[in-house]
Design a protein around this ligand. Structure first.
Ligand SMILES: *[C@@H]1O[C@H](CO)[C@@H](O)[C@H](O)[C@H]1NC(C)=O
Ligand SMILES: *[C@@H]1O[C@H](CO)[C@@H](O)[C@H](O)[C@H]1NC(C)=O
Ligand SMILES: *[C@@H]1O[C@H](CO)[C@@H](O)[C@H](O)[C@H]1NC(C)=O
Ligand SMILES: *[C@@H]1O[C@H](CO)[C@@H](O)[C@H](O)[C@H]1NC(C)=O
Length: 285
């Protein structure tokens, strides 16, 4: 499987020398912050814990000092699409976190590229499986955010949506709608996200949600899925790329979504790098 994927990635890499950017993109209006990014990574990893332990916030990852003061409101699971998320709040913000795939290897092996029109902006296309997964929890996520906002009170100034791996893709689809539901600002940090949709989607997304940091660790294989250019798949900006395991050594990439000097400059085939963002072992532990 790795061999076959490697082969198709090479072909795409060779064919794809036209880095059609997205036009008139914007950067986030806040600076990338490594301490913040670490905290939201832990929130992302906690989504892999069992729903029951998340609901009582006694999962092992939940007890991490970075996130133990979280007030959980709702642990959400759709059995049909096998999609898990949770929603709650800290003193000044609501956090929504999506779980990634429990078995990365077979998830990549069985990866389907099929796209579907994106309802809020139908000329854009997004990955069909990701979109169905998001839609299957959308109503529950919305009511959990409503409850969180009412409990969190007037000090609550933002909504933060996070996720690792497939969870990063779901976070992207989630925030693309969430930013339109409320008047307070929404932000997203995601880690090792696959490409979510086509270049039209990336452009639309950047227009509605420029406050996005998409973190990529070294040669993580997942951000290279689906290959750039295949069905016009294109990453959303703004990538933050870590070329080594030194967590102080990163670059904030340009607003094209596909900065050729960032993770696009390597052929990423590492599952290890996918599971070790900031040297923190994924997932629930
Ligand atoms: C968390 O709480 C649940 C329900 O109270 C319990 O079944 C589970 O064993 C607890 N887990 C841990 C890690 O303490
Ligand atoms: C779970 O997802 C399926 C398929 O999208 C949907 O038909 C069903 O209503 C969802 N269940 C809940 C409880 O939302
Ligand atoms: C980072 O990489 C270096 C060399 O590549 C290795 O010696 C070191 O153990 C790694 N650190 C961690 C925390 O994985
Ligand atoms: C991004 O950076 C690359 C390499 O420096 C450059 O070729 C490309 O035009 C840039 N794209 C945008 C939209 O700035």
């Amino acid at each position: 499987m790795i061999k076959r994927l490697f082969f198709s990635l090479c072909i795409i890499f060779l064919l794809n020398n036209n880095n059609r950017g997205v036009n008139a993109n914007s950067y986030p209006d806040f600076k990338y912050d490594q301490n913040e990014a670490l905290q939201y990574l832990i929130f992302s990893y906690a989504a892999y814990c069992s729903g029951n332990d998340i609901q009582t916030w006694n999962c092992t990852t939940c007890q991490n000092p970075q996130i133990k003061d979280f007030n959980i409101v709702s642990s959400i699971f759709n059995i049909t699409t096998n999609t898990q998320a949770y929603v709650g709040y800290l003193s000044d913000q609501v956090v929504v976190s999506f779980r990634g795939s429990m078995d990365v290897q077979s998830w990549i092996t069985n990866f389907q590229f099929l796209q579907t029109p994106y309802e809020p902006y139908p000329s854009a296309k997004v990955h069909q499986g990701f979109y169905n997964a998001w839609l299957s929890v959308r109503e529950e996520v919305k009511s959990a955010i409503d409850i969180s906002l009412s409990r969190c009170g007037s000090g609550c100034g933002k909504i933060m949506v996070v996720g690792h791996s497939l969870g990063g893709a779901l976070a992207t689809l989630c925030i693309s709608e969430v930013q339109g539901w409320y008047t307070i600002p929404a932000y997203i940090y995601n880690y090792g996200s696959p490409r979510v949709g086509d270049v039209t989607f990336a452009s639309y997304f950047n227009k509605v949600q420029p406050n996005t940091y998409r973190v990529v660790n070294q040669k993580d294989i997942v951000p290279h899925v689906a290959p750039q250019g295949l069905l016009n798949y294109h990453h959303v900006p703004t990538e933050v790329y870590f070329p080594t395991n030194d967590t102080q050594d990163y670059r904030v990439c340009n607003d094209s979504g596909e900065d050729p000097t960032c993770s696009d400059s390597v052929i990423g085939l590492s599952i290890y790098d996918h599971l070790h963002y900031f040297n923190q072992h994924c997932c629930c532990r």
